[in-house]
Ligand binder design. Structure first.
Ligand code: NAD
Length: 320
């Protein structure tokens, strides 16, 4: 793999993130067990193939993902400014707590587990599970203080329903929120994030798009048991994966290439738990840059997925 993985500006942060980002939730064993040796080899291959952006959360595997990622990054033995680390706060296996007190404690705990002095990005995790007015009036001011302290260079918010972003960004001063992390809304089966991109650009916010494989729906092995999609959505994705397999194509490769092709999305976070997956995903990005998407097969998959296009699932408490 001689070609270089593209890096893109992340909003107004000045950070240049690899277009494929490393989603570290699998290091918390959420998609099945991953040994420490495999985790270290996976992160090391990601870094050597040009991935410089790593995303985790205290929630993934009940803090395990942060601890394992910390060990893996240390094992790289490279200067701290050569990689970009994002973690989150407010969501824990014990439940949600978006209070200023918990957020302020959370960053210290994360830094300890990650063995770092600072994170590049601290995001409030899945804000649709809290009161959005608390997020605006209490959580974001606490995040701003953490930014001022230098423990996080930039701050952001994450969650599934797209209207949380407009709600919050319309109620804070421009420049307050540096990034948003949306997931499962820019994949072959759901492209609703695209409609929000001009608004996010107008607010100067960097866009991270996670779960291009729709948390396992767009893979040959299929999603984990906990996946919240409807049986109908799961069946359609399975049919698309089967079509690809029968025609000698890899659904995950096509899905990642689809997600990567919008330049207003700075990085696409894929959860990876093996060197093979890293190589496949970086290879898919390089192939996209070189020869473009396989439009013919993509059109066939889009036709299979059409009956469930943009179908999502409920997340969070009702804000209306
Ligand atoms: P994903 O869509 O990236 O799917 C991950 C699954 O696909 C795993 O089972 C992985 O082993 C498998 N996979 C990866 N590459 C593959 C390949 N080439 N071939 C076959 N299978 C492959 O879903 P995800 O891991 O949930 O999302 C990516 C990352 O985004 C997470 O790790 C996390 O860092 C972030 N994320 C954040 C939020 C949030 O903040 N609310 C939500 C979802 C995801």
């Amino acid at each position: 793999m001689a070609a270089k993985l593209e890096r893109r500006e992340l909003g107004k942060t000045g950070l240049k993130v690899s277009c494929v980002g490393f989603g570290a939730s699998p290091l918390g064993n959420v998609f099945g067990p991953v040994s420490e040796d495999v985790a270290i080899a996976t992160v090391s291959s990601a870094f050597s193939l040009g991935i410089n952006f790593f995303d985790t959360s205290p929630y993934y595997g009940g803090t395990l993902s942060e601890k394992v990622l910390g060990k893996c990054l240390k094992a790289l033995e490279v200067p701290r400014n050569e990689y970009i680390v994002a973690t989150k706060c407010g969501r824990y296996v014990e439940g949600f707590d978006f209070s200023a007190e918990r957020i302020t404690r959370s960053i210290d705990e994360s830094l300890d587990r990650l063995q770092l002095d600072y994170v590049d990005i601290l995001q409030c995790h899945d804000i649709e599970f809290g009161s959005l007015d608390q997020i605006v009036n209490e959580t974001i001011p606490a995040l701003k203080k953490i930014k001022e302290s230098g423990k996080a260079r930039f701050i952001g918010i994450t969650g599934l329903p797209l209207d949380i972003y407009t709600y919050v960004l319309d109620r804070v001063l421009p420049g307050t929120i540096d990034v948003i992390l949306s997931y499962c809304h820019h994949c072959i089966n759901d492209s609703t994030l695209e409609e929000l991109l001009p608004y996010l650009k107008s607010k100067g916010v960097g866009v991270i798009n996670a779960s291009p494989l729709s948390m396992g729906l767009l893979t040959e092995n299929g999603p984990p048991d906990w996946h919240p999609a409807s049986p109908e959505l799961k069946a359609a994705c399975k049919a698309a994966a089967t079509y690809c397999k029968e025609n000698g194509k890899n659904i995950s490769k096509l899905a990642l290439q689809y997600s990567l092709s919008h330049k207003d999305i700075s990085s696409v976070l894929v959860g990876m738990n093996s060197v093979r997956q890293v190589e496949e995903n970086v290879g898919a990005a390089l192939e996209l840059a070189d020869v473009g998407k396989d439009e013919k097969v993509l059109a066939k998959i889009e036709a299979i997925l059409k009956p469930i296009k943009n179908q999502t699932w409920p997340s969070g408490i009702n804000h209306s």
